[in-house]
Design a protein around this ligand. Structure first.
Ligand code: NAP
Ligand code: MN
Length: 267
């Protein structure tokens, strides 16, 4: 018989450690092999914590194609489908195949410096800002068409599933995760007689490429935010953003969960 391995990723909070113990015990009783170490042959990943735990689990394990589901012991837990009180029900539903798989799109940034390029992937968003809280001036292109010269704090580009995160706080729209699109959202855009920047967010088809090319003086004073993590690049020339070919497979137990989640977590 095939071994039914389940990877468990947990944050270190008291609640998460408690739930982890309960979960491991119940999984063992149901014939699964829970693994603390990331096992490539696992059939499922369970993340215990909040959205941060879910996102970190994906980054740390190079955006695995193994389906993932979260148990929410965090604050918000928008990605975390399962309530800690419903672990028995969750194991039953999972064992009986009473779930569907939602595909979450990732954002990919190809960062060009003077003599190298780097690829970064994000679950929620990637944003380009100036270092040290300065204004950044940059040219924005969509499929090589010049759209604007932006001046402000920066530009954030979010995935559909990341649209409820930082993007939302910046006044961006909520985009359903089934849509193939990226949202480009300005961060404190300046509009004056000197600078003219688009002040609303714009939703761009998933097969288009967004290019941000900061002015020369930011080549060495930029800040790239990838799901809340900061990166700096020397001799930065431009960044191309697109929807990645990779995606995340998230378990869902109800077709209505997105709308239930929105109402219970934001209203
Ligand atoms: P964090 O500081 O704990 O995150 C801030 C909040 O965003 C947490 O309540 C988190 O939920 C929630 N969140 C994360 N992804 C979400 C999503 N897709 N939809 C709705 N809410 C979401 O740091 P973190 O947990 O590592 O999360 C990183 C994310 O924080 C970044 O990707 C960015 O989107 C967001 N962020 C937001 C702001 C802002 O709104 N002003 C500023 C910086 C970063 P949990 O409590 O369950 O972790
Ligand atoms: Mn968090």
């Amino acid at each position: 018989m095939k071994e039914k391995i389940i990877n468990i990723v947990s944050n270190a909070s008291y609640d998460s450690r408690k739930i982890n113990q309960i979960l491991v015990d119940k999984l063992n009783k149901s014939g699964y092999i829970p693994s603390k170490q990331f096992n490539e042959n696992a059939e499922l990943i369970i993340s215990i914590g909040g959205d941060g735990t879910f996102i970190k689990a994906l980054h740390k394990n190079n955006f695995p194609s193994i389906p993932i589901v979260g148990i929410n012991t965090g604050h918000l837990g928008f990605y975390q489908e399962v309530d800690p009180d419903n672990i028995d029900e969750f194991i039953d539903d999972y064992t009986n195949g009473n779930y569907s798989i939602e595909q979450l799109k990732l954002i990919e940034a190809e960062v060009f410096t003077r003599n190298k390029s780097h690829v970064m992937l994000g679950v929620n968003e990637i944003a380009l800002k100036a270092k040290n809280s300065k204004i950044i001036h940059m040219n924005v292109f969509v499929n090589r068409n010049h759209l604007e010269k932006f001046s402000g704090d920066g530009i954030l580009i979010s995935t559909p599933s990341g649209s409820t995160a930082y993007n939302f706080s910046l006044g961006g729209s909520l985009v359903h995760h089934s849509l193939d699109a990226l949202q480009m959202t300005p961060m404190a855009p300046i509009n004056s007689v000197v600078y003219r920047s688009l002040s609303s967010s714009i939703i761009i088809p998933g097969n288009y490429i967004i290019t941000l090319a900061p002015e020369k003086r930011y080549n060495n004073s930029n800040l790239l935010l990838v799901d809340g993590q900061e990166y700096f690049f020397n001799n930065l020339k431009k960044i191309n953003f697109k929807v990645s070919n990779k995606n995340i497979k998230k378990l869902v137990f109800s077709q209505d969960s997105y709308w239930l989640n929105l109402k219970s977590k934001f209203l």
